[in-house]
Structure formats: structure tokens, C-alpha cells
Ligand binder design. Structure first.
Ligand code: NI
Length: 167
């Protein structure tokens, strides 16, 4: 595995619509493994392929809603589609491509999505709370959108002491 460079806001690659993944091969698996290592190294909760310069529809989301004795785990979403959303949450959100900045974004509190796994098998996943927020944020990246387009205001330096997680 290897770390990939994270593309920063201002690079036009982050504003483009990604293409579907069609090959579920070892190259894809290497990309997913590298992205997982990059996400872990950056201490983030999500990472989308365009953030490492790959214009394909795939993203990683860290599942943080786990029991005390369980480890958080990374979900691999390939060609994801949101099937259902409900509820609403309003809170601070960040992005590994927008380091050090956080803004208030309203997102659904529940998201049900379908996607393919690394072998091309379709599955459904339900996320709540931070996981639902992160799924929306990462899937937005695949259509060229950043959270800064959806945020009602950015946090002030004084508020940053109570900021959220990087996505
Ligand atoms: Ni992001």
C-alpha cells in the first residue's frame, strides 16, 4: 500500500463529474487499499477518488457508529446511488481537500444507498448521524461538489476549537 497525494480545493479536478467504475480488477483494489491508508494517515472519516486525482465513482466512508468493543471500519462504495434519505442534521463539516476549514452544513440524518463492492457485487448500506453526513459529502465529490457550496457559513477561528471531522 502507498499514500496518495490529496488534491486541494482550487484544483479543477474537484469540480468534475466522475465516470463509473467498470473494471473490478487488481488496479482498483490497489487504489482502494491506497485510499484507505491515505484516509487513515490523514485521520479523516471519508475520502472520494477525485480527491486523489482519480475521476471514477468510488468513495470510502468510515463507519463510526460502532459499539465500545468494536473497531470503526471503512466502507467501500463503488458507483453509489442514494435510494432514500430522511431526517435532518445541522452541524460542522470539513474536507481533507479544504484543510483547516469547517462550515455548517445541513444533511439528512439517515441515508440508504446501494453501491458495488470491490468485486462488483451490489449491496445496500444504511448510515445514520456522522455516517449519513459523510456518505452525502463523499458522494457529492463524485459529482464535482464540495461542502463549501452547501454550507450556510464557515466557522470562525474562535469556533474551530469545537470543529468536526475532516472528510
Ligand atoms: Ni471532502
Amino acid at each position: 500500500m502507498a499514500l496518495r497525494n490529496i488534491v486541494k480545493a482550487g484544483d479543477s479536478i474537484l469540480n468534475k463529474v466522475c465516470r463509473p467504475v467498470t473494471k473490478f480488477d487488481s488496479k482498483l483494489h490497489t487504489l482502494l487499499d491506497d485510499m484507505a491508508e491515505t484516509l487513515d494517515n490523514a485521520d479523516g472519516v471519508g475520502l472520494a477518488a477525485p480527491q486523489v486525482g482519480i475521476m471514477r465513482r468510488l468513495a470510502l466512508v468510515l463507519e463510526t457508529n460502532v459499539g465500545e468493543d468494536e473497531d470503526e471500519f471503512v466502507i467501500e462504495f463503488i458507483n453509489p446511488e442514494i435510494l432514500e434519505v430522511s431526517g435532518e442534521q445541522k452541524g460542522a463539516e470539513g474536507c481533507l481537500s479544504v484543510p483547516g476549514e469547517y462550515g455548517i452544513v445541513t444533511r439528512p440524518d439517515y441515508v440508504r444507498a446501494r453501491a458495488q463492492d470491490r468485486n462488483g457485487e451490489w449491496f445496500e448500506y444504511e448510515g445514520t448521524g456522522l455516517t449519513a453526513r459523510c456518505m452525502c459529502h463523499e458522494f457529492d465529490h463524485l459529482d464535482g461538489h464540495l461542502f463549501t457550496e452547501k454550507c450556510e457559513r464557515m466557522l470562525t477561528p474562535e469556533e474551530l476549537g469545537m470543529s468536526g471531522d475532516g472528510e
